[in-house]
Every structure is written in structure tokens, then in C-alpha cells.
Design a binder for this molecule. Structure first.
Ligand code: NAD
Ligand code: 13P
Length: 416
């Protein structure tokens, strides 16, 4: 039998944290996964200062490659400082090389960069690989909207699920308990024959055998998917809910696996718009009641958006019952970067982009671009006024409204 090779595409704050998790599990479950996990790093030159534990006086003033620092010291000093990464996690500056022979691809980078990387990967991945997207955002082109999981899948010709939840990376990297949701619902290109894999701590597995490699299947909008899926060769352990749970579940990171890829992906994307609104009202000094009002209206708009545009498959319960829904909304409106930057922007009277540049040391906000993309899409559909909170956020970001306008702008949803 062959083992699954795992590659994490991305190495930011969350990318490095997820890479830590899967490398720990790959080592612990080495009967299923190759022990060495690859992590693609967008290469940067880093000059370590005297306060760094890795400072070397011989290199004073000289820069080093971020990948070299990670592979030598097992720490991503720029995006996840003070967290030890497992030594079986290998930082690789070449994305084509990092994904070579990998049957599991985990996409985890800011959504603005996935387009270029996805193009770069074409022709370099195993045709039967499967993906999980940890990206929080939606892909909008003119009047079309799609999920990144789906868009990555179509671009690469593979099936891609999604992982999203109440997951502030720094807390998870410090191994503080949290939960997450994985959505994985591939078409039935593989038939299953019972064949328990011994030694799996998560219970018994079933093997997959090839049946129909080009079976047509439905996408999240119920359309016939453009992807011609290739079945996983039978010498691999199956790529099913149990295997993904085994790859991601840690004592400090509890996983629930569901089928609703659209609900999980939309929850992660849309809550970032609401988190900006929460930051605006907190920055204005209005306190917890105003923040709770914004969260309530925001959750309603998230559910409405899902039903209106992904109604074929989205399950409203995903927004209200899963970590990827309401729990992510709560944590993001409490300590997320979108929330914190929006709050600081109002307090300082500067733009959110300016705070992002000065405060985040290269980390990227997803809410500002998602607010614009969702607004463009809703405008195109003639529905922008049906989503007053989403509209208020983009209008505040672009200077057409101020935070003081929020009570009026939301009055239809707040007052009787
Ligand atoms: P991040 O915000 O730390 O972004 C920085 C990353 O972007 C770095 O790896 C950097 O090298 C890379 N980068 C910069 N310029 C680039 C370019 N031109 N091309 C390619 N890469 C470039 O990233 P993150 O926190 O890992 O976020 C990844 C995704 O995970 C996002 O969609 C985010 O919403 C989601 N997410 C983040 C958190 C969190 O707490 N950080 C939690 C859950 C989900
Ligand atoms: P921010 O990107 O706003 O930090 O949100 C992190 C997150 O997605 C928590 O689940």
C-alpha cells in the first residue's frame, strides 16, 4: 500500500498553524500518511534582529531566506513567531516541487493570491489528488460567485472540500482548545469495500476501489460539474471523512466533518464582513450591545445570502449549528484581525488598509476585499439593498457613510 503525501500550500499565520497540526498527525499516523509534510512558503528575505533567539552576530545586517530559517530553527519567525513547528514539516520555496506526488493538498493562503498559485500548479499535481481549502473568501468575477474550494477544484481538475471554524490561529498554535468544521462531499467515483485498516485510532476504515473515473457529478449549485474526477488508486488508504478527521483532529483541535461545503465556505467568508462592522461600532465606543446587534443582523444576512445564491445545497443549520457558522462569527468579532483593524481605524480616524499595513507585519485582511467583492456581486444581481449590513460596511470602507449612520442603515432589520 501507498501512503498519502500531504502538502500545505501557504505558510502565513493560519497556514503555518495548520501545517503544524497536519505534520503532528502525519507523524503520529504514519501508517496512513508519509511522515514528511511539505509546506510551500512564499519566499522572503528576513533580517533577524538582536532580540531574536536565532540572531547570529556573524550575519549582522545580512538577510536570510525565510525557508532556511524555518528548516533550521523550526519556527516561522515572521508569520507565527514563538511557536515550535514539528521537524517533519519541510518549508519549500517552490510550489511545483512542494506538491509533487502529493495526494492531499491543503490550500491555506490569503484569497487574493490563490488565483496565481492555482495557475502555477496546473500540470504539476497528481490527477487523483484531493484538496481541502482553508481559505476564507469567495471568488467573484463579474456576475458570478463561486467558492474557493470549487474554483480550485475546477482549475486543477480535482475534488476540493473546505475547512473553516472559530479558529484564531495564534490560539490554536499555542494549543489552546478549539473546534473546527470540515466539509467534504466528493461524488461517488470510488466504490467502497469494507476493509478495516488496523491501528487507526479513529475507528475502522473502508478501502476504495476504482469504478467510474469520469462519472458526471453535481457541483454546489446542482449543475453538472466541469471536473472529470480521477479515482484514487486502490493501493492508497481511502480519502474519506475518517481520513481527513485523522489528519486534522488534535487533542487541542477538535474536528466535526459535514457534507455542506457551500455553508462552511460561505460562513468563513461572510463573517469577515460582519467582523469589520463589529470593529467599527466598538471603535466608535458603542460597546457590547451594539456589537451584538451587528452580529445578529450579520448572521441573518449570511443565512439569506447562502439560501439565495447557493440554495441548492446550502444547509441553513450550518450557519447556526457549526463552528464554521455562528462560532466563527463570535470569535472573529471578539479577537479577529478584521475586527481589531476596523476598531483601530475608527479610533485613529484612518483607513482600515492603513492599519493593516502598519499593524499586521505582512498578514492580510480578507474582510475588506470580501466586502467589495460581495457588494459588486449583489449590485450586479440588483440585490444590494436587501443586505443592508453588508452594504453599510462597504459604504463605510469607501467613505460614503460613517459609523454614525449604522443605526439608520439597519433600522429596517432592527426596528419593527
Ligand atoms: P496571513 O494573513 O498570515 O498572510 C500572509 C501570507 O501571505 C504569508 O504566508 C505571505 O508569505 C503570503 N503572501 C504575501 N504576499 C504573497 C504573494 N504575492 N503571493 C503569495 N503569497 C503571498 O495568512 P493566513 O493567516 O495564513 O491566512 C490564510 C487564510 O486563512 C485566509 O483566507 C484567512 O482568512 C484564513 N484564516 C486565517 C486565520 C488566522 O487567524 N490567521 C484563521 C482562520 C482562517
Ligand atoms: P481574521 O482574519 O479576522 O483574524 O479572522 C480569523 C478567523 O477566521 C478566525 O476564525
Amino acid at each position: 500500500t501507498r501512503k498519502h503525501k500531504v502538502t500545505v500550500v501557504g505558510s502565513g499565520n493560519w497556514g503555518s498553524t495548520i501545517a503544524k497540526i497536519v505534520a503532528e498527525n502525519a507523524k503520529e499516523h504514519s501508517h496512513i500518511f508519509e511522515e514528511q509534510v511539505q509546506m510551500w512558503v512564499y519566499e522572503e528575505d528576513i533580517t533577524l534582529t538582536k532580540d531574536s533567539p536565532y540572531y547570529d552576530a556573524n550575519l549582522e545586517g545580512k538577510s536570510q531566506k525565510l525557508t532556511d530559517i524555518i528548516n533550521t530553527h523550526h519556527e516561522n519567525v515572521k508569520y507565527l513567531p514563538n511557536i515550535k513547528l514539528p521537524s517533519n514539516l519541510i518549508a519549500n520555496p517552490s510550489v511545483e516541487d512542494a506538491v509533487r506526488d502529493s495526494s492531499i493538498l491543503i490550500f491555506n493562503l490569503p484569497h487574493q493570491f490563490i488565483g496565481r498559485i492555482s495557475k502555477q500548479l496546473q500540470g504539476h499535481i497528481l490527477p487523483y489528488a484531493r484538496g481541502i481549502s482553508c481559505i476564507k473568501g469567495v471568488n467573484v468575477t463579474a456576475s458570478e460567485i463561486s467558492l474557493f474550494s470549487e474554483w480550485i477544484g475546477e482549475g486543477l481538475g480535482i475534488y476540493c472540500g473546505a475547512l473553516s471554524g472559530a479558529n484564531i490561529a495564534n490560539e490554536i498554535a499555542a494549543e489552546k482548545w478549539s473546534e473546527t468544521t470540515i466539509a467534504y462531499d466528493p461524488p461517488n467515483v470510488d466504490s467502497r469495500v469494507p476493509s478495516p485498516i488496523s491501528g487507526s485510532p479513529m475507528g475502522s476504515h473502508v478501502n476504495l476501489t476504482v469504478t467510474d473515473t469520469d462519472a458526471p457529478h453535481k457541483d454546489v449549485l446542482g449543475r453538472v460539474s466541469k471536473i472529470k474526477l480521477k479515482a484514487l488508486p486502490e493501493e492508497y488508504p481511502p480519502l474519506d471523512h475518517l481520513t481527513f478527521k485523522t489528519l486534522f483532529h488534535r487533542p487541542y483541535f477538535h474536528v466535526r466533518v459535514v457534507d455542506d461545503v457551500a455553508g462552511v465556505s460561505l460562513g468563513g467568508a461572510l463573517k469577515n464582513i460582519v467582523a469589520l462592522a463589529a470593529g467599527f461600532v466598538e471603535g466608535r465606543g458603542w460597546g457590547d450591545n451594539a456589537k451584538a446587534a451587528v452580529m445578529r443582523v450579520g448572521l441573518l444576512e449570511m443565512v439569506k445570502f447562502g439560501q439565495e445564491f447557493f440554495g441548492q445545497t446550502v444547509r441553513p443549520g450550518t450557519f447556526t449549528e457549526e463552528s464554521a457558522g455562528v462560532a466563527d462569527l463570535i470569535t472573529s468579532c471578539s479577537g479577529g484581525r478584521n475586527f481589531r483593524c476596523a476598531k483601530m481605524a475608527i479610533e485613529r480616524g484612518v483607513s482600515v488598509e492603513e492599519v493593516e499595513k502598519t499593524e499586521l507585519n505582512g498578514q492580510k485582511l480578507q474582510g475588506t476585499s470580501t466586502a467589495k467583492e460581495v457588494s459588486d456581486f449583489l449590485t450586479c444581481k440588483g440585490k444590494v439593498n436587501d443586505y443592508p449590513l453588508f452594504k453599510a460596511v462597504i459604504d463605510i470602507l469607501e467613505g460614503r457613510n460613517t459609523v454614525d449612520d449604522i443605526p439608520n442603515l439597519l433600522s429596517r432589520n432592527v426596528d419593527n
